[in-house]
Design a protein around this ligand. Sequence first.
Ligand SMILES: Nc1ncnc2c1ncn2[C@@H]1O[C@H](COP(=O)(O)OP(=O)(O)OP(=O)(O)O)[C@@H](O)[C@H]1O
Length: 265
Amino acid sequence: MVPHPAGGVGMTAAVALRGVSKVYGRRTAAVTALDDVTLAFVRGTFTAVMGPSGSGKSTLLQCAAGLDRPTAGEVFLDGENLARLSENALTVLRRDRVGFVFQAFNLVPSLTAELNVALPLRLAGRRPRRREVREVLEAVGLADRGRRRPAELSGGQQQRVAIARALVTRPSVLFADEPTGALDSTTGREVLTLLRGLVDRDGQTIVMVTHDPVAASHADRVVFLADGRPAGELRDPTPRTVAARLAGLEPAAEPASRPRPRQRP
Ligand SMILES: Nc1ncnc2c1ncn2[C@@H]1O[C@H](COP(=O)(O)OP(=O)(O)OP(=O)(O)O)[C@@H](O)[C@H]1O
């Protein structure tokens, strides 16, 4: 296990990044999406990642989840250095130890909720037990919707199915990239309450990218990024404290052009 960089007795990281950089493209076309990022996500906590557009949030998630390899630096998941894993081992780790939820629910339209949830187990070559699928659907409040297809569910319910599908392998970390981006504010809040409950009740570790200060306020901690680098963090965030901090990171808006004084005839 990797000690939390900030120290603290018994604080262990589910995921830790050490000196992680990610450069896309080459030479004159190179874009540095992450620049020497060292961060840890403590087990059993809910972290929101925020920052201006293009600050590297999604890239951070992709690298932390082993979906993409950093150009430099190391990522540890449950203390395991991902750089040391072969492509096959990394595929297995992604399948078994990492859950991912996106803004688009990405459910298979022809399959029922139960079958969508069972999919990661089938892909792992396992025969899913009905009970484990039911349990995870119950955990997201959809025990009675298992036989429905995605089109027969609301947007919030579809995102719950996607969350259940991400949880069915009992991953060490659930990564969520704008999970409420496609939902109205009431439904979004229900999904965030669900995520909060997974942390509080089951000790799930969650790392969520969001643009929304209200969504971020459900987390224990908000990590800010600017230009691919960590730009401070907030603990016990509120929508107001998050919005204020975020405003300080956004590029200054163009000054509004002043109205010209009227020419008198
Ligand atoms: N596959 C890629 N190829 C080239 N450049 C990329 C690629 N993916 C991301 N980038 C660039 O890397 C930088 C960081 O992108 P990233 O998507 O991580 O930012 P973000 O903070 O998630 O942005 P947003 O809030 O707009 O979704 C941006 O400048 C982006 O254009």
